[in-house]
Design a protein around this ligand. Structure first.
Ligand code: ADP
Length: 310
């Protein structure tokens, strides 16, 4: 399977690196308006391949995306320290006006996987610009927030993140919703598991985990300027679900017909991902507080996307 990546900066190249090392696709093509950067990234990633897998990694112009099954859109301007994701919007919308048309010209059947922030808004903008069905325009959404939530819960409970089932819903950003009420560890409720291992989830623990998930990106950006390894691996995980038709449940963003009374808005809920993109949406059981928070997240995103003129 061929995967294109438009935007060979930190996020795009990290996704390419993860894809190449995982050995799940046969070809990765990097495109960037900085052609020299794309070539350098492709060469650097290609040099890692012989140690791990077999995958052809190249750089090129848009024509090289012909035949790609998935194209990751990671082009744009990066988040500056202290800048909210929503403040990036206008700058990245202009980039997408250029990128989406160019991709569709050569790869009209590709599934588009959106990574640029603010990712929910960029996902909705891409649907508008492309005219593609919503299920073929997937935003990385809260895939990483969900991974952080599971990882912090697992660390507290002393089990692997893979043994925790917990989801972060809504916006990939400040208004995201940690779905505590339906989180499970092993086959148990969180409280039941915590009681058995003697690691109670107190209000303090809960607040610390919430902060660790919600503010992770800000902390990483403060320390190193950008976040990219985590999301690079998350993007590769989504591609794997498509490439291997896995029917994997992942929290990703997509334009939803309606979420908690808000129509036509992109945000994350758990969804089944397979060969044709998003196969099924799953609406989790939430308590009243979480439903209200998800409504607020949806309303905020809707107000923002309506303000964007294309
Ligand atoms: P991030 O950390 O989100 O990856 P970067 O700034 O490292 O941010 O990468 C974004 C990449 O997107 C840059 O390499 C930039 O050259 C590229 N880019 C920006 N605008 C366009 C465009 N219109 N077409 C193609 N690539 C673009």
């Amino acid at each position: 399977m061929k995967v294109g990546i438009v935007g060979a900066g930190m996020v795009g190249s990290s996704a390419g690196y993860a894809l190449a090392l995982m050995g799940i696709v046969s070809s990765v093509v990097l495109v960037d308006h900085n052609a020299e950067l794309a070539i350098a990234q492709a060469e650097d990633i290609a040099h890692a391949v012989p140690f791990m897998s077999s995958c052809v990694v190249e750089a090129g112009d848009y024509d090289r995306l012909s035949g790609a099954s998935v194209v990751i859109l990671a082009a744009g301007v990066s988040q500056k320290p202290g800048e909210t994701r929503l403040a990036l919007l206008e700058r990245n919308a202009a980039v997408f006006r250029d990128v989406v048309g160019n991709v569709l010209r050569v790869a009209p059947d590709a599934i588009l996987l959106i990574a640029s922030n603010p990712v929910d808004i960029m996902t909705q903008i891409t649907v508008r610009l492309s005219g593609l069905p919503a299920a073929k325009v997937i935003g990385s959404g809260t895939i990483l927030d969900t991974a952080r939530f599971r990882s912090l819960l697992g660390r507290h409970l002393g089990i692997s993140p893979q043994s925790v089932h917990a989801y972060v819903l809504g916006e990939h950003g400040d208004s995201e919703v940690l779905a505590w009420s339906n989180a499970r560890a092993g086959s148990l409720s969180l409280a039941g598991f915590a009681a058995q291992v003697g690691s109670a989830i107190t209000a303090d623990v809960r607040a610390r985990i919430d902060d660790g998930v919600r503010n992770a990106a800000y902390k990483i950006i403060k320390g190193k300027g950008a976040t990219y390894y985590g999301i690079g691996a998350g993007l590769a995980r989504i591609v794997k679900a498509i490439a291997q038709d896995q029917q994997e449940v992942l929290t990703v963003s997509m334009v939803n017909r309606e979420i908690e009374g808000v129509a036509d808005v992109a945000l994350s809920i758990p969804r089944v991902i397979g060969a044709t993109g998003i196969m099924t949406d799953l609406f989790p059981d939430l308590d009243a507080e979480e439903r209200a928070a998800l409504h607020r997240s949806a309303a905020l995103l809707k107000a923002t996307v309506e303000a964007v003129s294309l």
